[in-house]
Design a protein around this ligand. Sequence first.
Ligand code: XMP
Length: 333
Amino acid sequence: MEQNKRPETMQRITTKELADAFIAEQVEAVRAQVGDKKVLLALSGGVDSSVVAALLIKAIGKQLVCVHVNHGLMRKGESEAVIDMFGKELDANLVYVDATDRFLDLLAGVADPEKKRKIIGAEFINVFADEARKLEGIAYLAQGTIYPDILESFKAAEGKKAVKSHHNVGGLPEDLNFELVEPIKLLFKDEVRVVGEALGLPHAMVYRQPFPGPGLGVRCLGAITRDRLNALREADAILREEFANAGLEGKVWQYFIAVPDIKSVGVRNESRYEGWPAIIRAVNTTDAMSATIEEIDYALLHKITDRITHEVEGINRVLYDLTPKPIGTIEWE
Ligand code: XMP
């Protein structure tokens, strides 16, 4: 437990110089810990796992094996970006697993949000464990644990109840008895970002908005269907593109689309056109415990509405969610 406590004397990493010193220290520590053994990492493409990947590539190169599991609930272009950055640019040892069918088959007909989270979390471990068993000579498991995760587990140990089961990745099965490598476990998120940039990761990757582990699974509300999931993915890509064009990327904490399992009547080409509504959610927060609404400019809202209703098959309305947290949570499920 003690090595999981951030020493009071530890300086906040706010500059490139401090980040470089941290990186040099961790490179040495990782090399000393793992020697010539192989290390496995689940690389989601989120900030934390990406920074760990870049740090370990620097420390041990091809001794690191990254596994990217595409659960079919990623945003548009996300898995491709992971392959381009880590597989091609950084020439990492990357295993890409398209497990879309495994996940979507298991989720078919499941409407309860917590059940969906549990299925996604458990299947993620199954897929990852299957890949780990295929690989030879792995002795260590690297994780992008950061200090807020550790503080959260201290809270859980005191018996405080969570609103949602956010921590979707549990432990691996017992036959996979790896030792852990957690090089950023004493860092706060802002420090992880400074370290990521010092490692040469692109700004957009390091300042990427938070994305839940169950991905679009908790934004395709109720029981997930492939057609509604696709509509959600396309609408979300338009929202992100328009926010980027308007200079809002990196300025708004989190912005996304949710698509509920309801249809309304619309009209298209003078004919009845039933479709789902796309709900825009854009919030600001410092700690995700409470959140306020980003006041999106009306011209931008109109543009997004126009594009989504014209370009996305199956969507015939766009709604703007004005609910703060509390009373709403950030996600709809
Ligand atoms: P809520 O919806 O509880 O979300 O206000 C707070 C923050 O947590 C993210 N979130 C999740 N992250 N697994 C995750 O890793 C989850 O199941 C999950 N649910 C919500 C949410 O996107 C927001 O940043």
